[in-house]
Design a protein around this ligand. Structure first.
Ligand code: TRP
Ligand code: ZN
Length: 458
């Protein structure tokens, strides 16, 4: 599902392909979704509705064999359209509606020319068969993401660009879709993905796991993690809770499924009903990965999370996963909100009062570089996950709450989720909603806290 970005920000990119023959109208979809931080991420001209990924992985040889069958709908006439896929993977064939299509694969752009052009507004199915040894991606900020090999399998976290390292797709955050993952691994390994485990079958030393994620999901929130996991599937607070734990973390993970209950109950009270049909966690050993990620319904952690990290990733299920930013520069809508939720949970359980969390953060002196990054636009892809995005973002929400009062504040948060669940929204949308619900101007507040560099006065 997709909400198109404003045309004014579309970026023109030179097309490295041969022009179509003079007798066929050339109407290629754009190579990128128009996000200034990642100009080639995502693609134009179609809306992906559903991904059916069939993957076979051997941790011994590190070879991944995949078929991605993507159901989509054109939003313009398409003589050609692109998918994002790392060049480390080799494409064997592409079909569109069952007919072989021509393709080129340059950079991380797979360009598909169907045998005959797709008319505007038509459903179509593209199937890509590919194979190779996936490698992780190094982010603009230097961290690893994507298909990250571990001693026993794969730690798979895909924000902001990792998805292309293991499957072809429309990998911008505005194109959400449903997913089915059919993953075959050696029988001494487990494959864990988002959503519900619907079947698990072993034959001749290999096990096939089928996972279905039915609620719309942005591709940076997908995960297929593989390892020597212990899988538990329980009901906690009425919600199916599937937890996968690497044996090295087994002792510390003892109550992990149960610990989800109180956090989710508290957040549901504040933000509205939990937005998905399952929850859970993946805890994996991942050398060189220093962060956790809020994969939809199944956050992935490099160690057993404490209450701070658990509450952060679970808050993202509302803020980030159910409601996803329209552009990467709006990332404070994820991180500022999850950090504020973390503070509220610490207050609730009696660890740190909210006012203390705020004053500690505010105590940074005015000359601290921290204050130079405004959360509403951290500036570039390298600065996406800077402290200011998290902490100054959270402070913005606290200041907003003090200004409008608790009643209006929580109405704003609940309305935000209800209005944009399974879709995307921007900082401008949040500012407009806050003004509408509170009836206050708020421009000066948001300007000082979100837009202008420098330490805001209280
Ligand atoms: N979104 C993650 C969180 O805060 C953090 C994250 C994802 C991250 N990718 C990253 C942090 C890369 C640093 C670098 O839950
Ligand atoms: Zn976060």
């Amino acid at each position: 599902m997709k909400r198109l970005l404003a045309l004014t920000t579309a970026i023109a990119i030179a097309l490295p392909f041969t022009p179509a023959a003079a007798d066929s109208p050339d109407s290629p979809g754009s190579q990128g979704a128009g996000d200034p931080y990642f100009p080639l991420q995502g693609n134009g001209g179609y809306d992906a509705r559903h991904y059916d990924l069939t993957l076979d992985y051997d941790p011994g040889t590190r070879v991944l064999k995949g078929t991605a069958t993507i159901s989509a709908r054109s939003t313009q006439a398409l003589s050609r359209f692109n998918l994002d896929l790392s060049k480390t993977l080799t494409v064997a064939s592409v079909t569109v509606d069952g007919t072989a299509a021509r393709f080129t694969h340059e950079g991380d752009e797979l360009a598909v020319s169907p045998a005959s052009a797709i008319a505007a507004g038509k459903p179509f199915t593209v199937a890509v068969a590919y194979a190779g040894k996936p490698t992780h991606i190094v982010d603009p900020d230097g961290s690893k993401e994507g298909w990250i090999r571990t001693p026993d399998g794969v730690f798979n976290a895909n924000e902001p660009e990792g998805a292309k390292s293991w499957y072809p797709g429309n990998h911008h955050l505005t194109d959400k879709a449903g997913y089915r993952f059919t993953v075959t691994v050696p029988s001494d390994r487990v494959a864990v993905a988002n959503g519900s485990l619907v079947s698990q079958n072993t034959a001749m030393g290999r096990t096939t796991y089928v996972w279905v994620a039915k609620e719309p999901m942005a591709s940076y929130l997908t995960t297929v993690s593989i390892g020597d996991f212990t899988l538990t599937d329980t009901t906690v607070g009425g919600l199916r809770t599937i937890v996968a734990v690497d044996p090295e973390h087994a002792a510390a993970a003892k109550n992990l499924a149960q610990r989800h209950g109180p956090v989710l109950a508290y957040f549901s009270g504040l933000f509205g009903p939990y937005p998905f049909s399952t929850t859970g966690a993946i805890v994996d050993n991942a050398p060189g990965v220093g962060y956790a990620l809020e994969s939809q319904t199944r956050p992935i952690y490099p160690k057993v999370p404490d209450e701070v990290l658990l509450s952060h990733e679970l808050a993202h299920q509302w803020f980030g996963d159910a409601v996803t930013p329209e552009r990467w520069k709006d990332i404070w809508l994820n991180e500022g909100f999850a950090t504020y939720a973390e503070w509220m949970w610490a207050d609730k359980r009696g660890a740190t009062p909210l006012s203390t969390a705020f004053s500690r953060a505010y105590a940074r002196t005015a000359d601290d570089r921290f204050w130079q990054i405004p959360p509403a636009d951290p500036g570039n892809a390298k600065q996406l996950f800077k402290d200011a995005v998290y902490v100054r973002g959270a402070m913005t929400l606290h200041v907003l709450r003090k200004e409008v009062g608790d009643k209006a504040f929580f109405t704003i948060l609940r309305t935000w989720v209800a209005d944009h669940k399974y879709g995307n929204a921007s900082t401008a949308d949040f500012v407009a909603l806050s003004k509408k619900i509170s009836g206050k101007p708020l421009d000066a507040l948001f300007d000082a806290w979100l837009v202008k560099p420098g330490k805001p006065a209280l």
